[in-house]
Ligand binder design. Structure first.
Ligand code: ADP
Length: 271
């Protein structure tokens, strides 16, 4: 039996396929783009290919993320907050606080020992301090978003970036470059600025260890280091950080498929 979770984010769409033992068998990832339905279908196909099955063999699919209601294969929908909580608690059972930095928003979520959401807050008004801000910084320097984290770790001089606004960061970076500042020092400042903003969101929900960092930006080692420096402790990070929402959705799908099977069995057993 296989189930799937599809996380249609504002920037990237992710899919995880689980087997009956709850093990990840396949993953799919692509840019969301303008055609949300197509993005959902394609990541499911990718993840099924990885699992060695056809999409029609998936028993139950849960959609999450901002485009969750447009997942054609979706049997049900769960909010991304619930799915990140579930996925993080599965990979790191000691999780009490989650920091999720995605393409266009940042969320802090506090969860109970049982993985249930207790509180959350997010900066959804603009893309300040999110993946979009990092992408804009990378763009100004002519770098790929995957290059800026490792480069920031080579910084030797502490430099303060005052702007977390995606629109104004470009001129601030150009200004620093024209003053002869090194790219790695500027980037370390950019990462520290986001870590500072994230730390205030975390404080708002109550910073309880252990903290698990989720979302695509958790793939950036410079960001992990900046958050750890800011909080003054180690945090949980998985190689599957960007798939944690999709993983949570696939776990909900598994539970719903099993509950449906039990219900049908009980109805069949009735005289
Ligand atoms: P959303 O769900 O909001 O679409 P994600 O959690 O999928 O967002 O994260 C997308 C963001 O993750 C991108 O904007 C990008 O900045 C960042 N990202 C993705 N892959 C990498 C990578 N390899 N290294 C650094 N950052 C990455």
């Amino acid at each position: 039996m296989h189930t799937a979770g599809i996380d249609v984010g504002s920037t990237q769409t992710k899919c995880v396929v689980l087997d009956e033992n709850g093990h990840i068998r396949g993953r799919g990832l692509r840019m969301t783009g303008a055609d949300v339905v197509k993005a959902g279908r394609e990541v499911l196909e990718q993840a099924c290919a990885g699992a060695g099955i056809e999409p029609h063999e998936v028993l139950y699919t849960v959609g999450t993320g901002y485009g969750r209601f447009r997942v054609a294969a979706g049997d049900d929908q769960v909010t991304e907050i619930g799915c990140h909580a579930r996925g993080a608690a599965c990979l790191f059972p000691d999780t009490r606080t989650i920091l999720d930095i995605g393409g266009q928003d940042t969320k802090a979520i506090r969860i109970s020992e049982r993985g249930e959401v207790v509180d959350f807050c997010m900066n959804d008004k603009c893309a300040a301090g999110t993946g979009r801000f990092l992408a804009a910084s990378a763009e100004v320097m002519g770098l790929d978003v995957s290059e800026i984290g490792p480069l920031s770790l080579r910084s030797t001089e502490r430099l303060k970036i005052t702007n977390v606004c995606t629109v104004f960061v470009e001129s601030e970076i150009l200004n620093q470059l024209s003053r002869g500042r090194r790219r790695e020092d500027i980037l370390a400042g950019v990462h520290r600025a986001i870590a500072g903003r994230s730390a205030s969101l975390i404080r708002r929900v109550g910073d309880e260890p252990a903290l698990t960092f989720t979302g695509g930006v958790a793939r950036n080692p410079g960001m992990v280091a900046a958050v750890e420096e800011r909080l003054g402790r180690r945090i949980n990070v998985s190689a599957d950080s960007q798939y944690i929402g999709a993983l949570g959705a696939a776990i909900f799908a598994m539970e719903r498929a099993l509950a449906g099977a039990r219900r049908r069995e009980a109805q069949g057993a009735r005289p």
